[in-house]
Design a protein around this ligand. Structure first.
Ligand SMILES: Cc1ncc(COP(=O)(O)O)c(C=O)c1O
Ligand SMILES: N[C@@H](CCOP(=O)(O)O)C(=O)O
Length: 463
């Protein structure tokens, strides 16, 4: 299996190197050269299998010879053994033909654990085999950072630096990043928003001297392995509702476009998905782009679903690449225009291709709170605000005859203030995290400045 860049100018890589490389050297994102498909019978045969076995069968064709079957199976088994639910990603019914896919039973209580726990295992195998050490730098609006720290803390051959926007993540999210005491973990509070964090991260990747000197690696959804691991739960949930003999739809609370892009890959692999719905909060650039045909930045507005406060949606580039018939030059031109002017217009053909694949909706702050309140009253479920955005959009975008699965992307206890405001109930953290608020915090405040950040990484990493 070969991986190519969305900008068409970077070396073609195998799965292992694409995973360790992160951003392609032309500034693009790696995607598989071809998308493997599963036969209808192969999808049907997933019924009744464990999450781990399904994960193996769904992901194996993408991995090529980077890992042996034994290595890959062991990595999957270790990745999910610490999850707090035997199904790993259980479905809960909200209403007739509307289901929640609970993706928050991993160690840091958000969907990011599904991929991060796995790539933590795969990195360890690959780095040990190659006698290599890497410096991971990650950008987070709250959840990727804690999941990455959990997956890589204490490892000998990895330093982890996480950039998060100062004052714009929830207290639980911040403490998850700032309280681990391992020396290889560095939480950096950047003066700016998530887009600034992600832009500086990409600048580091595009600064080859720095990148090569520190052995830079990425665990954001820049990394194809992140997206791949998220494809699995589209299969487990759809199959448990009758796929491939029944079509299902998904609504996905969306920011950086990684999770919904994983759903698109599942569909390309043969999973019968009727509708893939993008749900955005008031940072609705993706919804506006789908409806108006223009991707136009207008400033990040802090919201009660802070993990989705994103304007530069990294993985949308992967969708554009396919919508433009895999024309890397066209994608490069769009990305350059966005950097220069803050926006670009999508061609008629490409926007039509995107509209054929995705529906979209936007939810205000008030609607988000009202959805948490209404769902609590109707079902007793406490929704995190990101999930509530999904549920609200799903409700107006669903065909009552087709099962709709809304992704529940985080545990409500990560955002207790919003949940309490909407329901009067303050969701509690699992017992194992009970001391989160009494542990000492370790964090460095950093400017939104590439040279200063690179100097800090150089100084702190273990050479
Ligand atoms: C809780 C939560 N929900 C939804 C999202 C959006 O996911 P994506 O960035 O893959 O679109 C994120 C962050 O990415 C998140 O942390
Ligand atoms: N919402 C994310 C933003 C980063 O997304 P990623 O999927 O590209 O890592 C977060 O919680 O950090």
């Amino acid at each position: 299996m070969r991986y190519i860049s969305t900008r068409g100018e970077a070396p073609v890589l195998g799965f292992g190197e694409a995973m360790l490389t992160g951003l392609a050297r032309d500034g693009g994102l790696y995607v598989p050269e071809t998308i493997p498909t599963l036969l209808v019978d192969e999808i049907r045969a997933l019924g009744g299998l464990s999450y781990e076995e399904t994960a193996f069968r769904v992901m194996r064709p993408f991995v090529g010879d980077a890992f042996s079957d034994d290595e890959f199976r062991t990595a999957i088994a270790k990745a999910y053994q610490g999850f707090g639910h035997t199904a790993r990603a259980p479905l809960v019914q909200l209403a007739p033909n509307h289901f929640l896919l609970e993706l928050f039973h991993g160690p840091t209580l958000a969907f990011k654990d599904f991929a991060m726990q796995l790539i933590g295992q795969l990195f360890q195998i690959a780095l040990k085999r190659e006698g290599r050490r890497v410096t991971i730098v990650g950008a987070t609006s709250g959840d990727t950072g804690s999941a990455a720290i959990e997956a890589f803390r204490g490892l000998d051959n990895v330093d982890v630096f996480i950039l998060f926007p100062e004052g714009r993540v929830s207290e639980v999210q911040r403490r998850q990043m700032t309280t681990p005491s391992e020396a290889n973990v560095h939480a950096l509070a950047l003066k700016g928003d998530f887009d600034d964090c992600q832009a500086r991260l990409k600048d580091m990747f595009n600064h080859f001297e720095f990148r090569d000197a520190v052995g830079l690696a990425g665990v954001n959804s820049i990394n194809w392995a992140r997206v791949l691991a998220q494809v699995v739960y589209y299969f487990t949930s759809a199959v448990s509702l009758g796929a491939p003999d029944r079509t299902v739809s998904f609504t996905v609370p969306t920011g950086n476009f990684g999770d919904i892009f994983a759903g698109y890959i599942a569909k390309r692999m043969g999973l019968p998905i009727d509708n893939l719905v993008i749900a955005t909060n008031q940072n609705d650039i993706l919804h506006r782009c789908l409806t108006r045909g223009r991707y136009q930045m207008d400033g990040v507005k802090p919201s009660i679903s802070p993990s989705m406060d994103i304007q530069i949606s990294s993985n949308f580039e992967r969708a554009l690449f396919d919508a433009y018939g895999r024309d890397g030059k066209a994608v490069s031109a769009l990305m350059a225009e966005m950097k220069e002017t803050g926006g670009f217009t999508v061609s008629q053909g490409a926007i039509q291709a995107l509209r054929d694949l995705f529906a979209s909706g936007r939810v205000s702050e008030e609607e988000t709170l009202a959805t948490i309140t209404a769902m609590h009253k109707a079902t007793g479920e406490l929704l995190c605000p990101h999930t509530a955005v999904g549920v609200a959009v799903a409700d107006v975008n669903r065909d009552r005859n087709v099962p709709m699965i809304t992704l529940a992307t985080a545990h409500p206890a990560k955002f207790p203030d919003a949940v309490e405001k909407a329901t009067g109930q303050r969701p509690g953290l699992p017992e194992r995290m009970g001391d989160l608020f009494s542990r000492p915090e370790r964090v460095t405040s950093v400017p939104n400045d590439l040279a200063a950040l690179e100097a800090l990484v150089h100084e702190r990493r273990k050479a």
